[in-house]
Design a protein around this ligand. Structure first.
Ligand code: HEC
Length: 118
């Protein structure tokens, strides 16, 4: 039963690829890559947004301060910068294991979300 399901999965994968365009695939990657979706942190149009607000006590002043966790805008970055962020995540960004081809189409898609124009 399990192997039957696996065969079905592989067959649907290899056929499925022909039915969606690169843009559709990239959109899918943006919303739901293998991991948490870029969209949840970077926003619908990759414009960046406030991910969350939190309070933190300032050690020097002893005051409680309102802080924000912000994701940067990514619909206007260079390809080198985009690839680097995915290959070597810094703080908050999760690690993704995308192929070069996936990174490229995801990049083209993300840039196309810049509605303000350049
Ligand atoms: C959990 C939230 C989160 C998710 C999910 C996420 N990012 Fe990020 N991303 C960030 C934050 C925060 C930064 C700023 C650097 C840091 O703190 O890691 C960042 C930085 C970046 C940068 C660098 C921007 C610059 O100006 O150099 C790029 C490019 C990027 N993200 C693309 C993506 C893509 C593409 C995805 C999906 C595959 C994604 N991110 C998923 C939070 C996220």
């Amino acid at each position: 039963m399990r192997s039957l399901f696996f065969i079905f999965f592989v067959v649907s994968l290899s056929f499925g690829a022909d039915f969606i365009t690169k843009t559709e695939y990239a959109k899918m990657l943006y919303i739901n890559p293998r991991g948490i979706g870029c969209i949840s942190c970077h926003g619908k149009n990759a414009e960046g947004k406030v991910i969350s607000k939190y309070k933190e006590k300032n050690r020097k002043t002893k005051q409680v301060e309102q802080k924000e966790l912000i994701s940067p805008r990514i619909n206007n970055v260079s390809f080198e910068r985009f690839k680097k962020a995915l290959d070597e995540p810094k703080n908050i960004m999760p690690s993704y294991f995308l192929t070069d081809e996936e990174t490229k189409i995801l990049y083209d898609y993300t840039i196309s979300l810049d509605k303000d124009g350049k």
